[in-house]
Ligand binder design. Structure first.
Ligand code: FE2
Length: 475
């Protein structure tokens, strides 16, 4: 039998512990009524290690498992499956973990030297007919939308490969390295384009890419950055691409001692790079701001000479034991393009993370935002206990407080119909219920989030806490 998982690691116990099975549940028990308008599939990705780790484990390390909830005529079917990454396949063959993690990359087995540790565990998106499981330091993996079968990596017909110098070609035995795609691409609702970046601790530190509505990668460029850093997400508007660079600085020398290769250096400040959508690297303007870390912006828009962005702002990158750490707070950035200034203002005093919106307004002036959070100003957000709706025009905050012992993930908005007004639709979130050790998908009326759920889709088992998901409408 395989080695047991450690019992003292918080990210491998409770509902962080991996779910060991793949399967299907037909016609899940539902409390309430699933609106008939919900026709499509909710996909959610998250880390789910197959085997006990080789030493230190970080939540970001586990291999991606997809949980898919298919909604049709008020009924819901479920299926879950690991993404068959090269890493997953190698480890399954070996019957043990072969890769070190974020904090101990040096612990990888010799047999996987040169194999990408791509865990495909962070997000799952659809674009131009493809369903892609995303990591943030490798290629996407394409999946079958119905069976969740892994079709393989997708390099945009070779366009996301990074050509190597002849010397490196010889040393590595390959002509090009797989390129890098963030787990947080942006989708332009007006053009149908997918915009994304890739970051790396080695040059080029940041690249930007544009994929047209048909799925063709049509533009790629290197962006010069103030320093190499961990860039989890970025922001786009109808007119601008915004690259926020926070002082989470790469230091690869730390890997030799088995430490995380990222150092929090607040003295370096935050740098926000702004590029016109139709511009190039030479057009990027950098504005300075106070040190902070943002994993996830909610949305942003350009209004003449101003960009307004709402982001979940952490005072300190929460990967370390650092002083002064506080919870993430929804914060507005008002960027004055003429004056070259960034004004920050907190929009809330309670924590929130995993911000989302009605995606039909991505990059456009918008009113409604949603997040997983808490109603307690002093609450840390290790486990979100409420689904929050922000009216960004009136400042009104409404929340759906979960039952005691429950915790939720990212709330995903689904419009009532393709042409429904902004915010008219449903919020879907995976909720873990401690008392039964099971998970459910709650369906809320997005215009009345404080109300009781319209439906609770009650899976007979739990879904571990995970990262991001998306809705794919039925065809
Ligand atoms: Fe993320």
């Amino acid at each position: 039998m395989s080695r047991p998982f450690p019992t003292d690691d918080p990210y491998l116990n409770g509902n962080f512990a991996p779910w060991p099975m793949e399967g299907e549940v037909r016609d899940i028990e539902i409390e309430g009524e699933v609106p008939r308008e919900l026709a499509g599939t909710l996909y959610r990705n998250g880390p789910n290690p197959q085997f006990a780790p080789r030493g230190r484990y970080h939540w970001f390390d586990g291999e991606g498992m997809i949980h898919a909830f298919r909604f049709e005529n008020g009924r819901v079917d479920y299926r879950n499956r690991w993404v068959r990454t090269e890493r997953f396949v190698r480890e399954r063959e070996a019957g043990e973990a072969l890769f070190g993690g974020l904090a101990n990359a040096g612990a990888s087995d010799e047999s996987v030297a040169g194999v990408s540790p791509n865990a495909a565990n962070t997000n799952i998106v659809s674009h131009a007919g493809k369903l892609l499981a995303l990591w943030e330091a490798g290629l996407p993996y394409e999946l079958d939308p119905d069976t969740l079968e892994t079709r393989g990596t997708w390099d945009f017909a070779g366009k996301l490969m990074r050509p190597l110098e002849p010397e490196a070609q010889e040393a590595l035995g390959m002509e090009a390295m797989p390129g890098i795609m963030t787990a947080h691409p942006k989708f332009d609702p007006e053009t149908g384009e997918m915009l994304f970046f890739g970051y790396s601790p080695i040059p080029p530190f940041l690249q930007y890419h544009v994929v047209d509505a048909s799925g063709k990668l049509v533009r790629s460029m290197d962006i010069e950055v103030p320093f190499p850093s961990m860039v989890h997400d970025f922001i786009t508007t109808r007119d601008h691409v915004i690259f926020p660079i926070f002082p989470a600085v790469f230091d690869l020398s730390r890997m030799e001692t088995g430490d995380l290769p990222i150092v929090w250096e607040p003295d370096r400040g935050t740098h926000i790079g702004i590029m016109p959508r139709d511009g190039g690297p030479e057009d990027v303007v950098w504005l300075d701001s106070d040190p902070c870390y943002v994993f996830h912006p909610m949305n942003a828009y350009t209004d003449a000479n101003r960009i307004v962005a709402e982001v979940c702002r952490h005072p300190v990158l929460p990967l370390f034991d650092t002083d002064g750490e506080g919870p993430p707070i929804l914060t507005r950035w008002e960027i004055d393009l003429a004056g070259g200034t960034v004004k920050e203002s907190a929009l809330d005093d309670c924590p929130s993370e995993f911000p989302r919106l009605d995606e039909r307004y991505a990059g456009l002036d918008y009113r409604h935002g949603y997040a997983a959070g808490s109603d307690r100003p002093d609450g840390e957000t290790a486990l979100p206990e409420a689904i929050v709706h922000f009216d960004l025009k009136t400042g009104k905050r409404m929340s759906h407080k979960l039952d005691p012992g429950c915790a939720c993930g990212e709330p995903i908005f689904v419009p009532r119909s393709a042409d429904a007004p902004e915010g008219d639709g449903f919020l879907l979130a995976t909720v873990y219920r401690g008392e039964t050790n099971r998970s459910e998908v709650v369906v809320l009326d997005a215009q009345n989030v404080a109300d009781a759920p319209l439906a609770r889709v009650k899976l007979p088992h739990r879904v571990p806490y995970g990262f991001h998901g998306n809705w794919r409408p039925a065809e």
